[in-house]
Ligand binder design. Structure first.
Ligand code: PGA
Ligand code: ZN
Length: 400
């Protein structure tokens, strides 16, 4: 039996140096799983509730562990996640904290996989199909909430759409990150890095577009396949007093829609995440319609928060054609699967994503393969990002 015999929780460091929750799940038959919760900085206002790590651990130990230990099977994900909800008693894990909930949910999946001796991506329901491997987006220039005095747009993402293998894609993104560094050097621009390892130069968005175009051209030529790029605008972070606040002035909703459509046209963007405020289904729908003759993914992150009812609203409104999936945004793997299922049924592409605050945990690499996601967004460099990318390559090789 893969009955849960013990759950251990502890505070560990995330990549920003903050405390987060790590969970170990052990089963009666010797299965073991360990996972840690990531944490956002540009969090959506509709996300599940994260509590301070120690408070979450204390409350989870008191209220949730009695519902898990000796009670449920680690291999039965619905039962594990159901027990977490029952113990919490709210819809958004506001009592025990979504950080402990998601850590336990992911650790239980790993324990279930370990107990049965299969790789996590297989345990999560995926048959590995090489031709459908997720394409990694690489965050190479960024600002917003992830770095001060840098671009207004939060992330400029490399998308190696023509890469023959996942390893080619991973290495192309890293090369692109390096090339952006070279171009910044050539222009005499000193730059630090933001929370996800992207360059965070003190430049305007329009200069960032120029640099991305140049870097993509150089690296495409060097690797011999097509690379495009995309954005995470994280527009909710700019939306204040009914307008989008850019460094060089504000834009109304109509102006923002037009600006986004123009950028998509001018740079042949393959992906635009959260182009509008997190409550603006209507504006997102207008933009989706306006660019429908392009192959651009219009993706909801803060808009949908991995939540089936918010995604359902979006589907009904025609807002976007893609959803970002962050398990910690909703608190459990079962919820993430439900959101993926609804997305797939409605032909919304899925993008499995890290958070700006991360750990070495690699669950999302397995989740992306298991669910046949179109893309995975997990940075380009930095150890907590490369942990996922390296795991993705191991999965592709069949040795994860
Ligand atoms: P976050 O940013 O993890 O800080 O929320 C990532 C994103 O917006 O996609
Ligand atoms: Zn985002």
């Amino acid at each position: 039996m893969t009955h849960i015999s013990d759950v251990r929780l502890r505070p560990v460091l995330d990549s920003r140096g903050n405390k987060t929750v790590e969970a170990d799940v052990l089963t009666e038959d010797g299965g073991f799983g360990r996972a840690a919760a990531p944490s956002g900085a540009s969090t959506g206002e509709h996300e599940a509730i994260e509590l301070p790590a120690e408070e979450s651990i204390e409350k989870t130990t008191e209220h949730a562990l009695p519902h898990l230990v000796g009670e449920v099977d680690a291999g039965d994900q619905r039962a594990v996640d159901g027990a977490l909800y029952e113990a919490d008693g709210s819809e958004n894990f506001s009592n025990i904290g979504a950080n402990s909930a998601v850590a336990i949910s992911m650790a239980a999946a790993k324990a279930g996989a370990d107990a049965t001796g299969v790789a996590l991506y297989k345990h999560l329901g995926g048959a590995f199909r090489g031709s459908n491997f997720p394409i990694p987006f690489g965050n190479v220039i960024g600002g917003g909430e992830h770095a001060k005095d840098a671009t207004d747009i939060q992330e400029f993402l490399a998308a190696p759409v023509g890469a023959p293998t996942v390893a080619d894609a991973v290495f192309a993104n890293a090369e692109l990150h390096g090339t952006v560094g070279d171009i910044l050097d050539e222009r005499g621009i000193g730059a630090g890095k933001g929370d996800e390892g992207a360059w965070a130069p003190p430049i305007s968005d329009s200069e960032a577009f120029e640099i991305m175009e140049e870097a993509v051209t150089r690296v495409s030529e060097s690797v011999g396949f097509e690379i495009r790029f995309g954005l995470d605008v994280a527009a909710a972070e700019m939306y204040e007093d009914g307008a989008y606040q850019y460094s060089d002035g504000e834009k109304t909703t109509e102006e923002q829609i037009e600006y986004m459509a123009d950028l998509i046209e001018e740079y042949n963007l393959v992906y635009v995440e959260d182009p509008m405020d997190e409550n603006d289904y209507e504006g997102t729908a207008k933009l989706t319609e306006a660019v429908s003759d392009h192959d651009t993914l219009i993706c909801g992150d803060d808009l949908f928060v991995t939540n089936v009812s918010r995604l359902q609203n979006g589907i009904e409104a025609g807002a976007g054609n893609s959803i970002l999936i962050k398990p910690n945004q909703i608190g459990s793997l079962s919820d993430a699967f439900d959101a993926i299922e609804l997305a797939v049924e409605n032909e919304y592409k899925t993008v499995i994503s890290h958070r700006s605050g991360e750990t070495e945990d690699t669950t999302i690499a397995h989740l992306a393969v298991a669910t046949d996601a179109a893309y995975i967004k997990t940075g380009a460099v930095a150890g907590e990002r490369t942990a996922k990318l390296n795991e993705l390559m191991r999965i592709a090789e069949g040795v994860a």
